[in-house]
Design a protein around this ligand. Sequence first.
Ligand SMILES: Nc1ncnc2c1ncn2[C@@H]1O[C@H](COP(=O)(O)OP(=O)(O)OP(=O)(O)O)[C@@H](O)[C@H]1O
Length: 790
Amino acid sequence: MSREREEAWLQEQTRVDEVIGLIGQSIAGLEQEVGKVRGEVVSIRKHFWDDVSINLSNSSDLIETYSSMKQQAEVLLEREFRHRHSSVMLSRLTRLIRSPYFGRIDFKEDGARGAEEPERIYLGIASYLHEESGLYLVYDWRAPISSLYYDYSPGTAAYTTPEGKISGVMELKRQFAIQDGSIRLMFDTNLMIGDELLQQVLSRTSDAQMKSIVATIQKEQNRIIRNDDKRMLIVQGAAGSGKTSAALQRVAYLLYKHRKTLRADQLVLFSPNPMFNSYVSTVLPELGEENMQQTTLQEYLEHRLSSQFAVEDPFTQIEYVHGEVHAPGYAARINGIAFKSSLEFLNMIMAYRSLLEREQMRFHSVCFEERVLVSAEQIKEKFYAYDPSIRLVNRMQLLREWLVASLKSFAETAWKEAWVEDEIELLDSDDYQRAFKQLKVKNKKKRETFKDFDKEKELLSKMVIKQRLRPLLDDIQSLNFIDIVSLYKQLFADESLLMQVAGDADALKALPEDYQTICQMTVHRLESSELAYEDATPFLYLQELMQGFQVNTSIRHVIVDEAQDYSPFQLHYLKQLFPRCRMTALGDLNQAIYAHASILSSFDPIVELYGAEETEIIRLQQSYRSTREIVEFTRGMVAGGEAIEPFNRSGSKPQVTIADNESELQKRIIDNIRMLQLEGYASIALICKTAQESRDVHQALKDMLPVHLIASPSQNFVKGIVIIPAYLAKGVEFDAVMIYNGSKQQYSHERERKLFYTACTRAMHHLHIFTLGEPSPFITLQGEETYLLS
Ligand SMILES: Nc1ncnc2c1ncn2[C@@H]1O[C@H](COP(=O)(O)OP(=O)(O)OP(=O)(O)O)[C@@H](O)[C@H]1O
């Protein structure tokens, strides 16, 4: 180390010591404060009534009592607020003291006098204000001035504040890695930030949890994080380019920037599967923020539809797409999936709604026990008797009122029926008591005598009727008299209707050639009370059009990760569901592994969602996850892959091993896993094509190695050796990846290309593909120099 550098290091360590000392003092003060205020809160709560003087004798005493209570309540509120505030500060400083900052910039604003020293800005995961001097000893990485660190190398630089742009010269940019109070690494950078520190960070072994990237955010990623102008932000980025990482940092940024108006529960992340939720769940707490809500589209669909159907999940659909290629009707199902996820089909459903306003509506009869109170036919007649200019949803409200009235008039006579008397016999004593109480109140009001047997019986009978009609009334209130299942089924059962609707929606050309088979298959499944994944969103959309949209207005920001997995139809639906939200959609078209059209296959429909004016598209080409060798091998597998830039981190070339039979294949895999373990890799994945294959391989290997099977999306992500189907490994990463059988037989069809690419790009340091017989063309078409064959 040069002398100059040694001195700088020493100076910085001295400052680190000072800052840690000061933070320590603040922590001690806060601990005292928290303890004291907690004691006060407990004591006020305990003695609340002792200190309130209660006197209700006359109005002035009443006012005095009220104001004394109010005063006590205000004191309690103020103490509770102080307690919360100090506790938050305390936990922030406790996090900061371990590693107070990771960067420094020296910045001289334009207009500062020549002799003036540049301002030194130290950046950390939270700010630290030294109260006595009034100086910020650490700036929050999200503060406006901190963007200089991410956006510039030394030289002229500028940042934006709410008051405008501030320009100047950055004279120094320094990066640190501080652990337990000691500077472990220190770099001054002239290039763009991160290269050396990033090298170190990316060379580490992976973890079962994603990590924050706050110290090494790259310029392009910073654009994603701080982009706050447009309603829609689309990020199309290569595998491993940091889309998910940037999205989580973005959430932390938004929570900081809008801290007065935005709460964590007003943001929702749509993840590819529940396992992914646990994988990313520690990033925000690590940054000192509460987690946002996390869900999956499937979870939402289940929540809305599972009472009516067995709803197929997307993973069962993928298993079918990749595992049942020879099943009868396979091609029709695939075409059906693509068709039903298109915007053309959405337009057809809209056209269908218009048609239903005039004809073909379907209702359930309103029945009590076996008796039809209002027949489906009568409801339909009534519906079409309303003024056609009234909107469909409003006509449904009118129908509802009419049916509630019909039910009431039925109740008015039904209580006299003989069966009601039998039911009274079955009432328990609580019911009797309740009836008597009511009767007493009524009699008091009407000044009648109580000993009235008939009145008592009438009251009990009416009570019985009311109880028995309650579920029916609830059903009517929820508009369940509209027969949505028949409406959806009718669209496929009556081909002429489908043609008419397609014609009205200008979607005739989009109808697949084999639509008749698709129709039959759809009807067949609905008749078994099953809803295929591709039907779930259209069905729900139709239901909302009939019953009125159930929207969520409290959500202000929706983040859709792995956005390529969503169809245009599904994204449109999400937009309707969250009418007040801004949206961030992050994805990689090359990882689109579903059979439906991806929203990213053309940007047009997704841009149309909020309009070009309100949409920003950012592309990320640099891949950080994998070594240069792995990126150079995998990028050739996908269209446009040549644009993907590897980060300059070297490792061994991907290996391809051919085995003649399955037992040899497995033996080689076992040997390889043992070797990888000796080399110190902590997370190793054996990636299979389907869950079925994963289960079989697990069965074969489990007695020889400690392997975990992850075959269901609801499992948690675990460290160690995992056997996992490719579609569940989406979004996550491993130190070493082995592909179970990358043979020509397994991966050669176009639809398998992206699945294979997704599997290979999960590797950070080591990729090894084992094949049973001839390797897949996705391997052999790569340059021979990009991999090693054995
Ligand atoms: N600026 C950065 N600094 C440090 N690490 C980074 C940075 N950007 C990305 N990484 C790392 O690169 C890896 C890939 O990031 P991430 O999973 O966010 O990428 P992705 O684009 O969502 O990937 P995929 O689409 O393949 O799922 C992670 O280990 C992440 O920590």
